[in-house]
Ligand binder design. Structure first.
Ligand SMILES: NC(=O)c1ccc[n+]([C@@H]2O[C@H](COP(=O)([O-])OP(=O)(O)OC[C@H]3O[C@@H](n4cnc5c(N)ncnc54)[C@H](O)[C@@H]3O)[C@@H](O)[C@H]2O)c1
Length: 348
């Protein structure tokens, strides 16, 4: 089969640390053809150091001039939808970084475009490819914990406001920890629960630490232009009767530096994801089952890109399904809407 001709839109941190190494790991199945970045100097420098043939400032020009098969969209969130739709319309398969988009309306438009043009569209929710999540999925599919009726999602940082990029710019990112890191654990949780539909959301967001100077464990952030929430708390009810409690922060006075975790409670057992532990009642006792050995997957980001390449080659469906991305984005929208109106939001 011919090599997939790859293009990258936005060549900052995640493109250089995850997508490009992922394509390199796919070996001779792919060919790095072109990259585009509004910062043309960066595009040229990345093209040179990673071996892309050409660099562009405008991704539309790249899509017009190059005959690409697949594109990674690694821009700030605001450009996920326009860049993805343009790449799909140009006949490319697309791996778009998380969150899927800024709004559910945009995510729907992306999915509708992919369906119309018949191309693969998937999203960079790499935690799904981790050893722990894949092991938990096998345990759940094996019936070990039964129906999951309650979950707790943590994506919390003590002083983890990124001191680089545009992560505190509401116009470019759409929000703070909810849309940036909460999205990963919410997706992981819903994936393990079988992606039930959220039907009610009650959430509140805070801005208590990010808008004043302080110790930055992820670099010095621009507190004078801090436009997003630094903490969100939420309760989510799902159409199968289950509930999720959400806590996600960039800055919060807590006793850990950061924690990404999902805890699932089922009728027959429970799962804590990071670190992986299964809670069981067995033969008159309560047991914590911990893995002594698990088949290691490659780095989750690398697995994600290799999985995308195989999906483009028709070897399988992408693990992150377009309709799941829409559902996830609807949940993100509802969390922010509930915080904004200070009331419960009902999803139809
Ligand atoms: N999955 C993960 O682990 C993970 C980690 C970090 C970031 N991300 C996601 O990746 C995306 C990018 O984050 P990052 O950390 O790489 O940010 P970054 O700021 O390091 O890089 C973004 C790049 O996009 C470029 N850009 C901006 N607007 C553009 C446009 N219209 N067209 C082309 N290029 C444009 C910027 O110049 C920059 O080089 C975000 O959506 C973020 O949520 C995912």
């Amino acid at each position: 089969m011919a090599k997939l001709k790859i293009g990258i839109i936005g060549v900052g941190g995640i493109a250089q640390s995850a997508h490009i190494p992922g394509y390199k790991a796919a070996g001779d199945q792919v060919e790095l053809v072109a990259c585009a970045d509004v910062n043309y100097e960066r595009a040229k420098q990345v093209a040179e150091s990673f071996g892309f043939r050409r660099a562009y400032q405008d991704y539309r020009e790249m899509l017009e001039k190059e005959e690409l098969d697949a594109v990674s969209v690694c821009t700030p969130n605001k450009f996920h939808a326009p860049a993805t739709i343009a790449a799909l319309e140009a006949g490319c398969h697309v791996l778009c970084e998380k969150p899927p988009a800024m709004t559910a309306a945009e995510a729907r438009q992306m999915v509708e475009t992919a369906e119309r043009v018949g191309k693969v569209l998937t999203f960079g929710l790499h935690y799904r490819f981790s050893t722990e999540v894949q092991a938990a999925k096998r345990i759940i599919d094996g019936g070990e914990i039964g129906h999951i009726y309650a979950a707790r999602v943590d994506a919390i940082r003590r002083r983890g406001i990124p001191g680089w990029g545009v992560f505190t710019n509401k116009e470019l990112q759409g929000g703070g920890p909810v849309i940036d890191i909460g999205v990963h654990m919410l997706d992981t949780c819903l994936y393990l629960m079988g992606y039930p539909k959220p039907v009610q959301v009650l959430a509140k967001t805070y801005q208590e630490i990010g808008n004043r100077p302080g110790v930055g464990a992820m670099g010095a952030w621009d507190w004078q232009n801090f436009q997003v929430e630094d903490l969100a708390m939420g309760m989510i009810k799902l159409d199968n009767g289950a509930t999720i409690l959400l806590e996600t922060s960039f800055a919060q006075n807590i006793d850990v530096m950061d924690r990404m975790n999902v805890r699932l409670s089922g009728r027959e057992g429970g799962i804590n994801l990071f670190p992986l532990k299964v809670a069981k009642e067995m033969h008159g006792g309560l047991y914590d089952v911990t893995p002594a050995w698990l088949p290691r997957v490659d780095r989750p980001h690398t697995e994600e890109v290799k999985h995308f390449v195989a999906a483009c080659r028709g070897e399988h469906e992408p693990m992150v399904k377009p309709h799941e991305a829409v559902r996830l984005q609807e949940l993100l929208d509802a969390i922010y809407a509930s915080a904004e109106k200070d009331d419960i939001v009902y999803l139809d």
